[in-house]
Design a protein around this ligand. Structure first.
Ligand SMILES: Nc1ncnc2c1ncn2[C@@H]1O[C@H](COP(=O)(O)OP(=O)(O)OP(=O)(O)O)[C@@H](O)[C@H]1O
Length: 485
């Protein structure tokens, strides 16, 4: 049986848990504040902690951090009221297993949550999470940021909170919204998406809220809006930043009250639609520039998920390529140098751009070859890669007969430092290949210089350099020379 601690300044909450949990044979300790908590965790090896967000002498997040450093294996559930849901979501990022809203109206769900946490529930729920992602064609990969993000998304999916997804274009915002819908209790209800930037203001209003017959020219019959059709389901508002200020006011009203009116109508209608909004622009910035309502942002970003761009999870590129090849029913594969070239590119269009590049390469290579080489990649990928290292290659090429060592070293250092500074996720093999090149170029430069000084006398040059003649020939890249000698 488990050791459980409950920290809440409302005594009734503690008493409630005491009855609920001791009835199941667990040992329960109660505390009213941070001071009690600090004492209790020193005295008992707890397995599970219920912590209220708002406490008289501290806040739940600080206690959570303390718990995770002193008793890392103890699971934690944060308790919250509506106004503190944002903090509770934050707590999940700090390692809380879940959060629950007070007052508790579904005891069965609470019991299931506790059983799940005390048993092996959390591993099996993670397996379910990855299985669901796979079924939906949502590739997560190994990238840590992406894994943390999907775990948070999976946990909050079951809560009735709005979600804001930010990320550059093509990073998979719609795929993630779809995943959240399927992981939620609403998965059997409709998931409907609309791009707020793709239609005019009038059309968007009628699409969202519906219209009555005769509401405007062309409204020959009444029409249901998405808030009506997606009732009990999920509405995906893509490019929310593009919605006009007038639409923003109407959206705010639905989010605050659940109420709306059809265009040209008078009846107040109610909806229970979960909104997942997405934006490729930073909405906080749009608020600062007065292009977006602050109160609407506050309603939308109860949970904010930010998708990393592809270049920041480039280690998973081969996995994405493999997935896209399968999706295209192709048996082709990409050569190592093609993948290397793709890893060097900065992918402004992210996953969508990658898919298009794979699709183009497959179309061009089909029937020609089984392995896709850099020749089948678009020019932009080649240009980008070479633009950085171009200078370095050209210095080397132009100095085949006597390398300008100083210039080469300068360009070499600049290039390596540019990789070092510009991109955290650099391909180390690529960097190391330049280190090998450096060794080769230095060897060759010394040999050439010495040969000039000895007027081409190889024996003398080799003696001066303290190497064998075979090594000298090897450094000059002459055939038959054994590199190991
Ligand atoms: N993690 C992923 N696994 C598999 N495919 C993905 C993933 N992320 C994105 N894609 C694919 O990339 C393409 C773009 O994804 P999506 O439309 O979700 O991006 P977006 O961020 O919503 O784009 P936009 O900003 O243009 O609306 C789609 O074809 C999608 O299937």
């Amino acid at each position: 049986m488990a050791n459980i601690v409950v920290i809440d300044d409302e005594r009734e909450v503690g008493t409630f848990f005491l009855h609920l949990l001791e009835g199941k044979g667990h040992h329960v300790k109660l505390g009213l504040n941070g001071k009690d908590f600090s004492r209790l965790i020193k005295e008992h090896p707890f397995d599970l902690a219920f912590i209220d967000v708002k406490l008289p002498d501290t806040n739940g997040l600080d206690l959570l951090k303390q718990l995770k450093s002193e008793l890392p294996s103890c699971k934690a559930i944060i308790m919250t009221g509506y106004s503190t849901v944002k903090t509770a979501v934050e707590a999940i990022k700090y390692g809380a297993s879940d959060y629950i809203e007070k007052p508790f109206d579904d005891i069965n769900e609470l019991e299931r949550l506790i059983e799940g946490l005390l048993g092996s529930g959390s591993t099996s729920s993670q397996n379910d999470m990855y299985k669901l992602a796979e079924t939906l064609g949502f590739i997560v990969g190994k990238n840590k940021e992406m894994n943390d993000l999907i775990k948070l998304a999976y946990k909050i999916a079951k809560k009735n909170v709005n979600v804001l997804i930010e990320g550059e274009t093509g990073t998979g915002k719609e795929v993630l919204a779809h995943f959240i819908h399927h992981a939620s209790m609403r998965y059997e209800q409709p998931f409907i998406g609309i791009n707020c930037g793709a239609v005019s203001e009038t059309l968007l209003e009628s699409e969202l809220f519906g219209h009555e017959k005769g509401a405007f020219t062309g409204a020959v019959k009444e029409k249901k809006g998405i808030f009506e059709i997606a009732n009990r389901g999920t509405l995906f508002l893509d490019e929310i930043g593009e919605a006009s200020l007038a639409i923003q006011v109407k959206l705010l009203r639905v989010l605050e009250t659940g109420e709306y009116i059809r265009v040209g109508g008078e009846t107040i209608r109610r909806t229970n639609t979960r909104v997942i909004a997405a934006s490729h622009v930073n909405l906080a910035q749009a608020v600062a520039e007065k292009r977006f309502r602050e109160d609407l942002l506050y309603r939308l970003d109860v949970v904010k998920l930010t998708l990393p761009p592809l270049r920041e999870r480039i280690e998973d590129l081969p996995l994405f390529i493999e997935y896209f090849l399968k999706k295209l029913n192709s048996n082709l594969s990409f050569s190592d140098d093609a993948i290397l070239q793709m890893k060097q590119y900065h992918w402004p269009g992210n996953m969508r751009e990658l898919f298009n590049v794979v699709k183009r390469a497959v179309t061009l290579a089909e029937g020609e070859t089984t392995i896709i080489t850099p020749d089948f990649l678009p020019e932009k990928l080649k240009t980008e890669r070479t633009s950085l290292s171009q200078k370095l290659f050209s210095v080397r090429k132009n100095t085949e007969d006597g390398i300008d060592l100083e210039r080469y070293l300068y360009e070499w250092t600049s290039y390596i430092l540019s990789l070092w500074k510009e991109n955290e996720k650099v391909d180390l093999e690529h960097v190391l290949s330049f280190v090998k090149d450096l060794e080769k170029q230095i060897g060759r430069a010394f040999v050439m210089k010495t040969l000039r000084e000895t007027i081409g006398n190889r024996k003398e040059a080799a003696e001066r350099l303290n190497i064998t003649i075979r090594k000298l020939r090897y450094l000059l890249k002459e055939k038959g020379a054994d590199p190991k000698v």
